[in-house]
Write a protein that binds this ligand. Structure first.
Ligand SMILES: [Mn+2]
Length: 328
């Protein structure tokens, strides 16, 4: 029997019954995924449960400062002793199992924790809450449910999750619920000024150079309502950057007056183009991402195309233009 709930009770129960848990999150991990994972490590530990964190993609440089981030394993393969040595998998904001980048996770029962719409509830326990501002806020509720007082480190990790997903409490998901959780995290020891320094004041030189490369490709369309930027393999090489240096790029064209939707396409490997989509207001970029096999939220979504960069750009630009048109 599978259980699906917007409340943390069943997820906490299942976690506390486990002995050894494999934690993983989505490709291109962000602050919400990483902060939530690391807080879950602490929660599990307090419940006497061992954890191993394995992500397919590396931790962005600015998030490597999160307390405990050094214990995250990164690689294409699951640990050699998987599945035998594990009795539970916890996926953190994977709106589909393939978003983890790993195959074979279903050989162990899964607790699926996510706030993306249309998560197919693939776990034995599915803790799913579309209204949650961040998975970090959902994990925060798990501490309370478990009766575990979060350490300042856990509060800090979850504050990173919450602030990065709400754009420092600027996006439409910066609800009273988000701010209340944030206040509780600060009371528990999270320091907003310190977190802001980590998140915004710690970019690698490569990331800033890559931003320059991306902005050189900036193209406006749809009467200035759509912006497209790209980074190809050459640009990565010139900037001496990697996929982890791309986090903030999409937000710069999004800040241009009149721009309602942005597509940022990056080609790290040949014939694999990862696309980040952002919008303001009514433009539904999630629908665009879903059409290409991806997912996300109305104003922030992503997908991956197995095309040349040029072909992917043409397809995405056409779909995004359509999504802008339908809003009038
Ligand atoms: Mn999130």
């Amino acid at each position: 029997m599978t259980i699906t709930s917007t409340e943390p009770m069943e997820a906490v129960k299942r976690l506390s019954e486990a002995h050894r848990v494999l934690l993983t999150c989505h490709l291109n991990p962000d602050g919400d995924a990483l902060g939530s994972e690391l807080a879950l490590v602490e929660l599990a530990g307090e419940l006497g449960v061992e954890t191993v964190v394995v992500n397919r993609d590396p931790t962005p440089a600015n998030l490597a400062l999160l307390p405990g981030a050094d214990r995250i394993l990164v690689g294409d393969e699951l640990p050699e002793n998987f599945p035998e040595a594990f009795d539970l998998v916890v996926t953190v904001e994977c709106p589909g199992l393939e978003r983890s980048g790993f195959e074979g996770l279903t050989r162990v029962p899964i607790v699926n924790i996510d706030h993306h719409p249309a998560n197919p509830a693939y776990g034995v326990v599915n803790y799913l809450d579309e209204d949650a501002p961040a998975v970090g806020e959902m994990v925060w509720k798990m501490f309370a449910e478990a009766g575990v007082w979060p350490s300042a480190d856990a509060a800090t990790n979850l504050f990173v999750a919450l602030t990065t997903d709400t754009g420092d409490f600027r996006y439409s998901n910066a609800t009273g619920r988000a701010l209340r959780a944030g206040a509780e995290m600060v009371d528990a020891g999270a320091e907003p000024a310190k977190v802001a320094e980590w998140v915004h004041g710690n970019r690698s030189v490569a990331a800033v150079r890559l931003l320059g490369e991306a902005l050189r490709t900036l193209r406006l369309d749809c009467g200035g309502r759509m912006a497209v930027v790209t980074v190809d393999q050459e640009a990565f090489r010139r900037a001496q950057a990697g996929p982890e240096d791309t986090e903030e790029i999409v937000n710069v064209p999004r800040s241009i007056a009149g721009v309602e939707a942005v597509a940022f396409l990056k080609q790290w490997q040949l014939e694999e183009v990862r696309v980040s989509l952002r919008s303001r207001g009514d433009v539904d970029v999630r629908a665009v991402a879903v059409d290409f096999g991806g997912g996300g939220h109305q104003n922030a979504a992503g997908c991956t195309l197995t095309e040349s960069l040029k072909e992917a750009e043409a397809q995405i630009a056409a779909a995004l233009a359509e999504a802008i048109e339908v809003t009038g």
